[in-house]
Design a protein around this ligand. Structure first.
Ligand code: ZN
Ligand code: ZN
Length: 402
């Protein structure tokens, strides 16, 4: 009888591995709920269902297994891959994030002395590399949600801890995305506290007794800069409202819109765009001038034909993606692989209608139907030269992919 039960159990386990390998989520969910108890069993290669699900980049299966108490540190297969190594190889950044949220140590080495992030870089999974390298454990942010010293109020309201965490670990450094995230995460009311918290976080990274993380320090400084620019826009909008004494749209986040327009606005050739100007100011304000990242960024911005500052920042914080990068980006916020196109010209891509709407005031100057005649294309060529980094990247990627 006991043997029969064991055989039945073995059979269920085998089927579970089979469902994961076929990415059959429904079948997997049905079977796994039949199991009572431990989900850390192994197949012939010593791999657990969690490791297989990570390998497949199957977010739902990974979430289910974590909810059922799968052990992220369980290791029986001999190559010392953590679930994060498998997730990094799968290329699914959301799975990487789930495993990181579950508390994996991202510096764990496999049997060939590679971290998960190094493995991801090796196979060109850039978004996984960035997700892992930009990760900050939620727990380390709790400090800012508690009152410190003589202050009665914390910098970040405790109810916004999750939002704060999301904001900090975001890998897209485009100012428009940062502003939109602050809005959608409900953080716009806490900008002053957020600015202060980011200032402390930057300082903390530089003053760690061991493993100083200059790149994260620079990232936090940059985020703080964007937050303070948003606050400046807020002040300006408030002052304008006072002048007009129009109470109708009080409370509306018109300053976010103002900021986004500033960022996306391209000036005539020869004039410095707001984005370029403010990012250079941001570098000047970085307090740790001895560190490598600072010197690297300064020397690149001071070069004869410097790359756009946003690209310099991105490369400094997240590393070069290399010429093989064929990813397309949203023309408004820089998100990867947007799936909407401008329906008129089909030349630019967006995440959604909101991104398209925000970019239209600039894009309408260059948007034309593909059937446009030669004279139209010469008149747009000047404007095209001033095109934003991200769009340029997109154009480049099109050329390389065709
Ligand atoms: Zn977008
Ligand atoms: Zn268009």
């Amino acid at each position: 009888m006991e043997q029969e039960n064991k055989n039945q159990l073995d059979d269920v386990q085998r089927q579970i591995f089979d469902r994961i390998s076929k990415n059959d989520v429904d079948g997997f969910q049905q079977l796994i709920t039949q199991l009572k108890g431990c989900v850390d069993f192994v197949d012939g290669d010593g791999m657990t269902p969690l490791q297989h699900a990570c390998c497949k980049g199957n977010k739902e299966a990974v979430q289910t297994l974590l909810d059922m108490g799968a052990d992220i540190n369980f290791n029986k297969h001999g190559a010392d891959y953590t679930p994060l190594h498998f997730a990094a190889l799968s290329g699914n950044m959301e799975v990487c994030r789930l495993i990181l949220d579950a508390g994996i140590n991202p510096s764990s080495l496999n049997s060939v002395s590679r971290t998960a992030s190094q493995m991801a870089a090796f196979v060109g999974n850039h978004s996984c590399v960035e997700t892992i390298n930009n990760y900050v454990p939620r727990k380390t942010l709790e400090y800012y949600t508690r009152p410190q010293g003589q202050h009665k109020e914390p910098l970040i309201p405790p109810g916004l801890l999750d939002a704060f965490h999301h904001f900090v670990i975001e890998i897209n450094l485009h100012p428009v995305r940062i502003a939109l995230n602050l809005q959608s995460l409900g953080l716009l009311k806490s900008l002053p506290g957020l600015k202060k918290a980011l200032e402390y976080m930057c300082e903390k990274e530089m003053k760690k007794p061991n493993d100083v993380n200059e790149l994260m320090a620079f990232k936090f400084h940059y985020l703080r800069w964007i937050v303070s620019e948003l606050m400046r826009c807020d002040e300006q909008c408030k002052a304008q409202r006072k002048e007009k004494s129009s109470e109708g749209d009080a409370g509306k986040h018109d300053f976010v819109e103002l900021f986004i327009k500033r960022v996306l606005k391209e000036n005539k050739i020869g004039q410095l765009d707001y984005l370029e100007f403010t990012l250079r100011e941001c570098v000047r304000e970085f307090p740790f001038r001895e560190c490598t990242v600072f010197r690297q960024v300064v020397s690149q911005l001071a070069a004869k034909d410097p790359q756009p500052a946003l690209l310099v920042f991105r490369n400094a914080i997240n590393g070069h993606r290399g010429f093989g990068d064929e990813t397309s980006y949203c023309s408004s916020c820089g998100n990867e692989k947007p799936d909407k196109k401008c329906s008129k010209c089909k030349q630019v891509k967006y995440c959604d209608r909101e991104c398209q709407r925000l970019h239209w005031f600039m894009h309408k100057k260059t948007c034309a139907r593909p059937t446009s005649n030669a004279s139209a294309s010469t008149s747009t060529s000047a404007a095209k030269e001033a095109i934003d980094t991200i769009e340029l990247q997109e154009e480049l990627s099109k050329i390389t992919s065709s």
